[in-house]
Write a protein that binds this ligand. Structure first.
Ligand code: PMP
Length: 405
């Protein structure tokens, strides 16, 4: 059983008030709050460990390097990667996907090759491929959605061809919460020898992900959505792919040797980590993963699912609301509108009641075009949210209905 009081006590920000009301933070899809141990890890780093990593022989540099690399090992174990050097640290999901688009395309793509994405992608997993289409003459194909806003898997199968080189889809939709059948997507892609990149930004915080079980070629996520620091992203990729791909950025840290004539690249993961990274995010990442492991990702998923079911039921009972993503298989995200009301107006009223939700297109404009709406109000849950907070949110929505309709 999840001890919700114990969980909440670890998040200092949850005692804040907003507009004189206790903060109800339902914007976890954008970023989660940080437990004390993550904040402490950052303070500890700057108080006791600060030094540049990897190239120093002095003690402090070795300490900082070890602290940073412990973050990598924690991520490796957390997502079940075979090797720590298959974990590339980036700035975030966006950076990870751009790394693949840039480097994989130079190694493996030529004009006329095909990439498949879906209609529900975050712009971070859409624009890099759209750009490749325009710059390199790659053909970009888009998986449509069904009436329940699931991916249309039959349509996907028809889009695959011998020219498909990459399928890049999200595991969980940030706007709808829909969990996609990624194992089936990967199995179908493999029939054509295509590689698969999963955007795991909204999956890793909510469910167990295991690289051996999934067998994705690339997997991207951001630590700041998993109770960890901003500026720390992960690109997991299979070793043989990383070996075959060229660096994505050039500079210090990525080389074995440099002469005026040529350069030899460093071993993995350094080949893809040019320049001084966000060093304090290494120990903070480990602290965040320790936090999740201590509770257990399954217990987190169960708790969030209970909140989702409860909130959905309450919201459905308000006739003036419309919920998007009406499928059974969802993570803790609920997207809705009060009919005929702009989402900004609903969000602004909820904010006055201390309730933080996200409003707008959620960086998924193609999905908004598909749904024929300008945006939604999105409540996204984390382990520290409570049924009482959902009640406050529902009361807020009812007030908003009265005031806005
Ligand atoms: N993909 C998805 C599904 C997301 O939810 C987000 C964050 N909203 C991103 C990519 C981008 O993540 P970041 O801003 O951390 O790079």
């Amino acid at each position: 059983m999840l001890n919700i009081n114990h969980v909440r006590q670890q998040f200092p920000i949850l005692t804040e008030t907003v507009n004189g009301k206790p903060l109800v933070y339902f914007d976890n899809g954008a970023t989660t709050q940080k437990p004390q141990r993550v904040i402490d890890a950052i303070v500890h780093y700057y108080t006791h460990q600060n030094s540049n990593i990897h190239r120093g022989v002095h003690a402090l540099s070795r300490t900082a390097t070890d602290a940073y690399e412990l973050g990598r090992t924690a991520v490796q174990q957390f997502i079940g990667a075979k090797h720590a050097h298959e974990i590339i640290f980036t700035k975030g999901t966006t950076d990870s996907i751009n790394l693949v688009a840039n480097s994989f395309s130079r190694a493996f793509l030529k004009t006329g090759d095909e990439i498949i994405v879906s209609e529900m992608e975050h712009h971070s997993n859409f624009l890099p491929w759209q750009n490749l289409r325009d710059e390199k003459g790659i053909v970009l194909k888009v998986i449509p959605l069904t009436a329940t806003q699931d991916l249309d898997i039959e349509a996907y199968k028809k889009l695959l061809s011998d020219k498909t080189r990459l399928v890049a889809v999200t595991q969980v939709s940030n706007t709808l919460g829909v969990i996609n059948p990624v194992k089936e997507i990967i199995a179908e892609a493999k029939k054509y020898g295509a590689k698969v990149l999963l955007d795991g930004a909204q999956a890793v915080p909510h469910m167990k992900v295991d690289m051996q079980e999934l067998d994705a070629d690339f997997y991207a996520f951001s630590m700041h959505k998993v109770y960890g620091p901003t500026g720390m992203g992960v690109l997991y990729a299979k070793e043989e792919l990383l070996q075959a791909m060229p660096p994505y950025q050039y500079g210090g840290g990525i080389i074995k040797s440099v002469t005026i004539g040529t350069s030899e690249w460093a071993d993995l993961p350094n080949k893809f980590e040019a320049g001084t990274p966000n060093i304090e995010a290494g120990p903070a990442t480990k602290a965040a993963i320790d936090f999740v492991n201590e509770i257990g990702i399954e217990a987190i998923a169960k708790h969030e699912h209970e909140l989702l079911i409860y909130a959905t039921k309450q919201l459905q009972a308000i006739q003036e609301t419309e919920i998007y993503g009406n499928t059974a298989n969802k993570a803790g995200v609920i997207s809705f509108n009060i009919k005929k009301v702009h989402p900004f107006d609903t969000g602004t009223l909820l904010d006055q009641m201390g309730i933080a939700v996200r409003t707008g297109h959620h960086c998924t404009q193609p999905l908004m075009h598909c749904l024929g709406i300008p945006g939604t109000v999105r409540a996204s849950f984390a382990v520290y949210n409570t049924i009482e907070e959902v009640d406050a949110f529902i009361t807020g929505v009812k007030k908003a209905v009265k005031m806005l309709l």
